[in-house]
Design a protein around this ligand. Structure first.
Ligand code: NDP
Length: 510
C-alpha cells in the first residue's frame, strides 16, 4: 500500500475511561427504566469510548410526556422571539467554548478526522446563531385588502412536540440543522442520536441545561431505532418527526407516522452526480471530485460518488483523479493531518467492498483501491481510496448509496445524454456541473432533478441556504428560512370590523 498516503497512529491519547451517556428527560439525567446500557467501540482504535443508557419505550414515554407538558404549558412556545434568540446565542457560545471536547468525542465515536470534526462544530455554532436571527425576525402575514369591514391575519405557530432522529455520519452537525430551528419556532423536542454516536448529542443536552433552557424543552433518549426511534415516531402526543438517515428507514417512518398523520420531514440518501465538460477548469474539477468522494470517507448523503465525464477528456481526467487520490492522507483520525478516517463499522466496510467486487464482476474496471486499508498501529477498519471506471448506469454501484470512499465513473457525449444520466436515478439530493460556459451551467442547473445544484464547486453549504432532496432523497428542507418553516403551522385569523355581516337567516322576513 506504499503508493497511498497512509497516516499511522498518532500520539493523541484515547481516554482511559469511556464517556458516560444518560438520557435527558425533563431536565434530569436519567438511567434507563430497565437499567440497560450499550457500548460504542471506536471504529479506528478498537476501544470502548462510550457507555450509554439503552432506552426503551418507557423512557420514550417519559420524554414525550415532558416535551408535551413543556409545550402545552407554554414554557417555551409562549416565550418571545427575543428570549428564544438569547438562549440560542448562548448555546452557540457554549458550543464554541466546548469545540475541542465535542470534536474529540465525535472523532472517537465516528472515526472522522479531528480537523474535520473541529470545522463541523464551528459550522454547527454558526447555524445556532443563524437560527437565533430567525427566532427574532419570523412573522406571519396580514391581509388589509379583503374589504373595508374585514382584516385577515396568518399567524405562524410552532408545530408542537417534535421527534428528532439523527444518524452517525455528522452527529453534531445534523442535530444542529434541526434543534435550533425547532427551538426558534417555539417547539419542544425529543432527540434520538444514532446508537453509534450518542456522546455529542448528550454534550448538547448539557449545554442546553447550562444555558438555562427550561426543563422538558429538549429531551434526549439514547438507544436503537427499534424500539426508541419507532416509539418516537408512532406516539400520538408527537406532532412532527424530522429524520436524517437511510431511505429505507425514512419510508418506514412515513408508514409509522401515518397512523396519526403527523408531519414528517426527511433528509435521506443521494447518488450525487458531478458532470465534467471538456471546457472545465480540470484542475479544480479533479480536486472537487476527490474531495466530494473521500470527504467523511464517503459516508455522506452529499457524497459526489458518481461522476459523469465527457468522453473526450475521460482518460485524462481519470488519470489525474487516480494520481490525486493516492495523495489524500488516509489513516488515524486523531492526527490533524488526516483527511479520511475509519469506516463506521466492520459490517459497513463489508457492504462497501461488496459493491466494488460486484461492479468488477459485472465488467467495471477498478482503477485504484478496492479493498481494506491497513493503517500501521491501528486495529480499526479503513477502506482504500477507490476509483471504478467503465461503470454502467444499471449497476448497483452507479445507483445505490455505497457510503464509502468509492468513485464510480461514467462517460457522456452530449449535454442531453449527460442530463439523462443525471436524472436516471431514484435519488435527487444534489448534482454538480463543471464548465466555463455559463449557458451550459445554467441549463444544467435548471434541468437536473436535485434539491441542490453546484456549478464549478462542490458541497459548499451555508446556514442561509436550504438543503434537502427531491424524489427518494426526502421531503422538506433544512437550513435557511425554509428550515424554520418546517417547524411552523399557519393559523388563519379572520376578523370582521363592525356589525356588517348580512344575516344568513333574517327572522324579520319569516
Ligand atoms: P439508518 O437510517 O438505519 O439510521 C438513522 C437513524 O434512524 C438512527 O438513529 C437509527 O437508529 C434510526 N432508526 C433506525 N430504524 C428506525 C425506525 N424503525 N424508526 C425510527 N428510527 C429508526 O441508517 P444506518 O445507520 O443503518 O445506515 C444505513 C445506510 O443508511 C448507510 O449505509 C447509508 O447508505 C444510509 N445513511 C444515510 C444517511 C444520510 O445522511 N442520508 C445517514 C446515515 C445512513 P440506530 O441506528 O441507533 O438503531
Amino acid at each position: 500500500m506504499s503508493e497511498l498516503n497512509v497516516v499511522s497512529i498518532s500520539k493523541a491519547q484515547i481516554p482511559a475511561e469511556p464517556f458516560i451517556a444518560r438520557h435527558l428527560i425533563d431536565g434530569d439525567w436519567r438511567s434507563s427504566t430497565d437499567g440497560a446500557v450499550f457500548e460504542r467501540v471506536s471504529p479506528s482504535h478498537g476501544t470502548v469510548v462510550t457507555r450509554a443508557c439503552k432506552g426503551g419505550t418507557a423512557d420514550v414515554d417519559a420524554a414525550v410526556f415532558a416535551a408535551r407538558q413543556a409545550f402545552d404549558k407554554g414554557r417555551w412556545s409562549r416565550t418571545s422571539g427575543k428570549d428564544r434568540a438569547t438562549f440560542l446565542l448562548k448555546i452557540a457560545d457554549l458550543i464554541d467554548r466546548e469545540r475541542d471536547r465535542i470534536a474529540f468525542l465525535e472523532t472517537l465515536e465516528s472515526g472522522k478526522p479531528i480537523s474535520q470534526a473541529r470545522a463541523e462544530i464551528e459550522g454547527a455554532s454558526d447555524i445556532w446563531r443563524y437560527a437565533a436571527s430567525l427566532a427574532r425576525t419570523q412573522h406571519g402575514e396580514s391581509y388589509n385588502s379583503l374589504g373595508s369591514d374585514m382584516l385577515g391575519l396568518v399567524l405562524k405557530e410552532p408545530v408542537g412536540v417534535v421527534s428528532i432522529i439523527t444518524p452517525w455520519n455528522f452527529p453534531f452537525l445534523i442535530v444542529s440543522q434541526k434543534v435550533p430551528f425547532a427551538l426558534a419556532a417555539g417547539c419542544t423536542a425529543v432527540i434520538k442520536p444514532s446508537e453509534m454516536t450518542p456522546a455529542t448529542t448528550v454534550v448538547l443536552g448539557e449545554l442546553c441545561l447550562e444555558a438555562g433552557l427550561p426543563a422538558g424543552v429538549v429531551n434526549i433518549v439514547l438507544g436503537y431505532g427499534d424500539p426508541v426511534g419507532a416509539a418516537m415516531t408512532a406516539d400520538k402526543r408527537v406532532d412532527m418527526v424530522t429524520f436524517t438517515g437511510s431511505t429505507g428507514v425514512g419510508k418506514a417512518i412515513v408508514k409509522a407516522a401515518s397512523g396519526t398523520l403527523k408531519k414528517v420531514s426527511l433528509e435521506l440518501g443521494g447518488k450525487n452526480p458531478q458532470v465534467i465538460f471538456p471546457d472545465a477548469d480540470l484542475e479544480s474539477a479533479v480536486d472537487a471530485v476527490v474531495f466530494g468522494v473521500y470527504f467523511n470517507a464517503g459516508e455522506c448523503c452529499n457524497s459526489g460518488s458518481r461522476i459523469i465525464v465527457h468522453e473526450d477528456i475521460a482518460e485524462d481526467f481519470l488519470a489525474r483523479t487516480v494520481t490525486l487520490s493516492r495523495q489524500v492522507p488516509f489513516g488515524d483520525p486523531l492526527d490533524p493531518s488526516t483527511k479520511v478516517g475509519a469506516i463506521i463499522t466492520p459490517e459497513h466496510q463489508k457492504k462497501i467492498d461488496k459493491y466494488v467486487r460486484d461492479a468488477a464482476k459485472s465488467g467495471a474496471d477498478v482503477r485504484l483501491g478496492g479493498g481494506p486499508l491497513a493503517v500501521p498501529g491501528l486495529t480499526g477498519h479503513f477502506y482504500q481510496p477507490t476509483v471504478v471506471s467503465g461503470v454502467r448506469s444499471d449497476m448497483p454501484i452507479a445507483r445505490e448509496e455505497v457510503f464509502g470512499p468509492v468513485l464510480s465513473v461514467l462517460t457522456f457525449k452530449t449535454l442531453e445524454e449527460a442530463i439523462e444520466l443525471v436524472n436516471d436515478a431514484e435519488y435527487g439530493l444534489s448534482a454538480g456541473v463543471w464548465s466555463e460556459n455559463v449557458h451550459t451551467c445554467l441549463e444544467f442547473a435548471r434541468r437536473a432533478h436535485a434539491g441542490t445544484v453546484w456549478t464549478n464547486t462542490w458541497m459548499d453549504g451555508f446556514a442561509e441556504l436550504p438543503f434537502g432532496g427531491v424524489k427518494e432523497s426526502g421531503q422538506g428542507r433544512e437550513l435557511g428560512k425554509y428550515g424554520l418553516e418546517e417547524f411552523l403551522e399557519a393559523k388563519t385569523v379572520t376578523m370582521r370590523i363592525g356589525r356588517t355581516r348580512a344575516p344568513w337567516v333574517d327572522p324579520r322576513a319569516a
